[in-house]
Write a protein that binds this ligand. Structure first.
Ligand SMILES: Cc1cc2nc3c(=O)[nH]c(=O)nc-3n(C[C@H](O)[C@H](O)[C@H](O)COP(=O)(O)OP(=O)(O)OC[C@H]3O[C@@H](n4cnc5c(N)ncnc54)[C@H](O)[C@@H]3O)c2cc1C
Length: 500
């Protein structure tokens, strides 16, 4: 099937106004927020219903063309980048909140609903969608599910996966299934858990049952200013070690403070080395006392000033500054490369010192804005991608941070996913057996590598190679297999009930 025929068939399925095939317009879809590697799709479709998604996937399977699911394209690991071209399926028109079941505290949505808009809708009933990525004013629930996204408040409320009850998905053969009916703990394999965080490589989410979380009665927010970032990170560990569970513990360093000041007129002292945003929430009674104890820990760890956000408007301003901090980086450099690693929380002060050394070694400024309470660091390497030398140094600096995070007992992604950006670093963390087990799961969902191909697994070891190696290895172990068969025969011979 040639491109013109494909376009025609797709127009028939989703309607003529829901197909993009103009080369200029296609460039809009050549990456997500990670602009290190760009690939144009062949064609983009904007379906509005599950049946249309299923029909597009069936057509793609027939034509042997890959499909790439896409939400708002705010991902930072190249997850929605059409690495091998193909049909990008954008969910921006699948943006309906379908049902709010208040008595069971759950809500059913299409995947293109914007995270912030869902929370705003739920707020009027005293609820929220508790996973709140800083990109929440743009990113979609489908993207959040695919990346198992976190956010400032996930230290207390948990990441997206903690709030998903069941998913309707289109599989690689175009069939549609529900992984659960919206009640907790569906029987059988936990397919919901399997699909959350699978980065759009196993199936396309077309509807979701999500938990609605009650809004806290009261909230307090303060910003503590420190001389240096390592001391701030140590304070975070001390707060948790003190037995407190704030709703958020977020850090911004000197460079980030500068960017945010310039962009949002926050009036923060640029002499401060770092700012720690602390939010506590819960029953109003006793909340001030709880916050006072945490503030006392900040003072003991050298806070030079603690600024309370006294009104709702001030709280909103603090959060706007934090959540828009990445955007403010545009004031410091034309491009940034954001690292997303995790270390055990107590290793954060050491990591912050090392990140400063890496910045000096590669002669590139690095800002830090991160979910400190989760040990999730986000060094932001600032550079100009038009300069090949800077581009090379940015890559090297990021590699160093990843290697260091692993050495410190951490992992290479906290919330942004692996996508294309980190696929070649996977062997730093997993051996071939580990990767082979993941590839076997991938193969069982998507045997022809139709959905978002070329992601997650290292470029040199694509998923189907790893799965084949694994099968060859299992088949070679014939003797062991026979022993296993013998053992099962014996057990079965004892009677059917033995399996109960
Ligand atoms: C300024 C900024 C701040 C950010 N802050 C955070 C943060 O605090 N926490 C955090 O976790 N992330 C953060 N991110 C990263 C990003 O916003 C999240 O990963 C978000 O969940 C992506 O949503 P999206 O709709 O933009 O998805 P996209 O970028 O379009 O896609 C992301 C992945 O999801 C897949 N996908 C999308 N829709 C579907 C679907 N319906 N079915 C199956 N797969 C699908 C895509 O194939 C891709 O692999 C930030 C990004 C930016 C630019």
């Amino acid at each position: 099937m040639d491109r013109a025929q494909l376009s025609e068939e797709l127009r028939r399925i989703v309607g003529p106004r829901s197909v993009v095939d103009n080369p200029d317009a296609l460039m809009t879809y050549d990456s997500d927020g990670c602009v290190m590697d760009l690939h144009d799709p062949h064609i983009v479709v904007l379906p509005s219903a599950t049946e249309q998604v299923a029909a597009v996937v069936k057509l793609a399977a027939r034509a042997g063309v890959p499909v790439v699911p896409r939400g708002a394209g705010t991902g930072l690991s190249g997850g929605a980048t059409p690495m091998h071209g193909g049909i990008v399926i954008t969910t921006s028109r699948m943006n309906k909140i379908l049902e709010f079941d208040a008595r069971n505290e759950r809500v059913r949505v299409q995947p293109g609903v914007i995270n912030f808009e869902l929370s705003q809708y739920l707020n009027q009933y005293g609820y929220q969608f508790a996973a709140d990525p800083s990109s929440q004013k743009a990113c979609t629930i489908g993207g959040n599910i695919a990346n198992n996204s976190g956010g400032p408040h996930c230290i207390k409320y948990g990441v997206t996966g903690s709030h998903v009850l069941g998913l309707q998905v289109v599989l690689a053969d175009g069939s549609v299934i529900w992984t659960g009916d919206g009640t907790p703990d569906a029987p059988g394999y936990d397919l919901t858990g399997m699909l959350v965080g699978s980065e759009g490589t196993l199936a396309l989410v077309t509807e979701a049952w999500l938990k609605a979380t009650r809004l806290a009665e009261s909230t307090r927010v303060v910003m503590a200013l420190f001389d240096d970032i390592a001391g701030t990170a140590a304070t975070v560990s001390a707060v948790i070690a003190g037995g407190f569970l704030p709703a958020a513990l977020e850090v911004m360093d000197r460079l980030a403070i500068k960017a945010v000041n310039d962009a949002y007129k926050m009036g923060l002292p640029e002499s401060a080395g770092a700012a720690l945003i602390i939010e506590v929430d819960g029953v109003d009674d006793g909340l001030d006392e709880l916050l006072a104890e945490i503030v006392e820990i900040c003072h003991r760890h050298g806070a030079i000033e603690v600024r309370p956000a006294r009104t709702a408007a001030e709280q909103t301003q603090v959060w706007a500054a934090r959540k828009n901090a990445f955007g403010a980086m545009g004031r410091l450099a034309p491009t940034y490369y954001l690292v997303d690693t995790v270390v055990p929380r107590t290793r954060l002060p050491y990591m912050m010192e090392q990140v400063q050394l890496i910045s000096q070694t590669f002669n590139l400024p690095i800002a830090n804005v991160f979910h400190a309470g989760d040990g999730n660091l986000h060094p932001i390497v600032l550079f100009d991608r038009r300069d090949p030398d800077q581009l090379h140094r940015a890559h090297e600096a990021v590699t160093q941070v990843m290697k260091l995070s692993i050495e410190q007992g951490g992992v290479i992604s906290g919330e942004h996913g692996i996508g294309m950006e980190k696929q070649d670093y996977m062997p730093l963390l997993f051996n071939d057996d580990d990767l082979g087990a993941m590839a076997a799961v991938h193969e069982s969902f998507d045997p022809t590598d139709l959905i978002n191909p070329g992601k997650i697994f290292p470029r040199k070891q694509p998923g189907h190679n790893l799965a084949m190696q694994r099968r060859a290895k299992v088949n070679l172990g014939d003797e062991e297999e026979n022993e296993f068969d013998k053992a099962t025969r014996v057990i079965k011979a004892q009677g059917d009930n033995v399996w109960i």
